[in-house]
Design a protein around this ligand. Structure first.
Ligand code: FES
Length: 180
């Protein structure tokens, strides 16, 4: 015959253990470490994901109809930086030099001198690009002519489509990422 289970009296129940200082500090340490790890992971993940982000904003941008660029001439064109914020204002308008050799044969130059980045100017009389900062000079095809610039003007990837000239505007040409 089984005996009925007698409920424990409050005085007989297991007393709640007080959280010891040691356990509390251990849990606090784990929490702080987790927060630190999360803060450290954000920039690392951002860095690792940056190539994907780059392709999201790299886009073809029209510089205008082909009629804007007469053959054997060099014209200044401007595009809106696709990687921009509303508050960028006029600074998001990026100039570049467009040289139409003949037909659909173009060269699109970054405006920055390959020495220290000053904007080069085109002089149609001499058919030369000249840099106002240290006297760098480039031929009409962008090749270095004289002065301190170590190399030719950088060029954009470009294409002709639907009667317009397009450039890969999100990719500023550099030594690391030259013309495709
Ligand atoms: S920046 Fe152009 S020559 Fe120095």
């Amino acid at each position: 015959m089984s005996e009925a289970v007698k409920p424990l009296q409050p005085s007989e129940a297991t007393p709640e253990k007080p959280v010891s200082r040691r356990v509390f500090l251990l849990k606090l340490g784990i929490l702080l470490n987790a927060i630190a790890a999360a803060l450290f992971a954000v920039p690392v993940i951002g860095y690792l994901a940056s190539p994907m982000r780059k392709f999201a904003w790299m886009s073809w941008i029209s510089l205008g109809p082909l009629e804007n660029f007469p053959e054997s001439q060099t014209r200044l064109a401007t595009y809106r930086n696709p990687y921009t914020k509303p508050w960028d204002g006029m600074t998001a308008n990026i100039p570049c030099w467009v040289r139409r050799e003949h037909g659909d044969n173009f060269r699109v130059f970054a405006i920055n001198c390959t020495h220290l980045g000053c904007p080069v100017r085109w002089f149609p009389e001499s058919e030369l690009f000249m840099c106002p900062c240290h006297g760098g000079v480039f031929y009409s095809d962008g090749e270095r002519a004289s002065g301190p610039p170590p190399r030719a003007l950088y060029q954009y990837s470009h294409k002709v489509e639907n009667g317009q000239l397009w450039i890969k505007a999100g990719q500023l040409p550099t030594l690391g990422e030259p013309l495709a």
